[in-house]
Design a protein around this ligand. Structure first.
Ligand SMILES: Nc1ncnc2c1ncn2[C@@H]1O[C@H](COP(=O)(O)OP(=O)(O)OP(=O)(O)O)[C@@H](O)[C@H]1O
Length: 259
């Protein structure tokens, strides 16, 4: 693997250590180790089926590795459910399929991002401050005018923006995005990407984005992690992510070239 010399002295907010994942008897991630810095944007890139979503889902606890695990400096190695709950409270994920509820309005879907702030069985209406927070999140993704529209009536790109707003409404310390802009036009993708970047640079949030548009990865990320066939084949600052490196990550030859 090509690793930046900087990687050894980075202030990681989250590390993935020696992770193997198997699904249906197939190795999906193989000895994957890397870390993610506070206040920085890391883009995860690689060909379809490389294991990028699986890596995100190991970090948010949805996929349990066969070996290895996740650690944060504050919590240590994440083993117990209470430790995972601590990380989950600080983390938002923008899922590839948005995971929205179609019959609810855009605003109500965004409010679900605040579900942890009240009792799960509460039937009380949301407070006006929660509704204002949700409205601000919708404004940030340029969708305030559709706040009361049922999500099932929105376009794919609009739904994706609701998913981004729901992730941002709880002010996460760690933001995971699985192709969060794949249905947006390039200008809007860039604008929302800059919003996420400023969360990192201004508020110190740890941002990890799976991006299939490498031009967007170059524009937004401080660091690139390249994944191919379940291996990390590149891990370094964006300045080293040149065209040759990109081609190697995406080609089957990447492992040979860079590891
Ligand atoms: N539940 C599952 N059972 C069996 N195999 C799975 C499962 N989930 C994922 N896989 C396989 O794991 C591999 C990696 O999938 P993953 O979704 O992590 O890739 P990806 O890099 O995110 O791909 P894409 O860019 O297409 O979203 C794929 O070959 C996929 O078929």
């Amino acid at each position: 693997m090509l690793v930046s010399p900087r990687s050894h002295v980075l202030d990681f907010a989250l590390t993935v250590e020696d992770v193997d994942v198997e699904r249906s008897g197939r190795r999906i991630l193989d000895s994957v180790s890397t870390g993610f810095e506070r206040g920085r944007v890391t883009a995860i890139v690689g060909p379809s089926g490389a294991g990028k979503t699986t890596l995100i889902n190991v970090i948010n606890g949805l996929v349990v590795p066969r070996r290895g695990g996740v650690r944060t400096p504050e919590i240590g190695a994440l083993v117990e459910a209470t430790q995972w709950a601590r990380l989950r409270r600080a983390t938002s994920t923008i899922f590839q399929d948005n995971s929205l509820i179609g019959r609810l309005s855009a605003l109500d879907n965004v409010l679900l991002g605040l579900a942890e702030t009240r009792h799960p069985l509460s039937l009380a209406p949301w407070s006006s401050s929660a509704r204002e927070r949700a409205a601000r999140s919708l404004r940030d993704v340029r969708l305030l005018d559709r706040a009361f529209e049922r999500v099932e009536k929105l376009s794919g790109g609009e739904r994706q923006r609701v998913g981004v707003a729901r992730a941002l409404v709880k002010n996460p310390r760690v933001l995971l995005g699985d192709e969060p802009f794949s249905s947006l036009d390039p200008l809007l993708a860039r604008q929302l990407g800059e919003n996420l970047r400023s969360l990192a640079t201004r508020d110190g949030v740890t941002v990890l984005l799976v991006l299939h548009q490498t031009s967007l990865a170059r524009a937004l990320a401080d660091r690139i992690v390249g994944v191919n066939a379940g291996h990390i084949v590149f891990d370094g600052p964006v300045e080293l992510f040149d065209e040759e490196t990109e081609a190697a990550i995406f080609a089957g030859a990447a492992r040979g070239a860079l590891t």
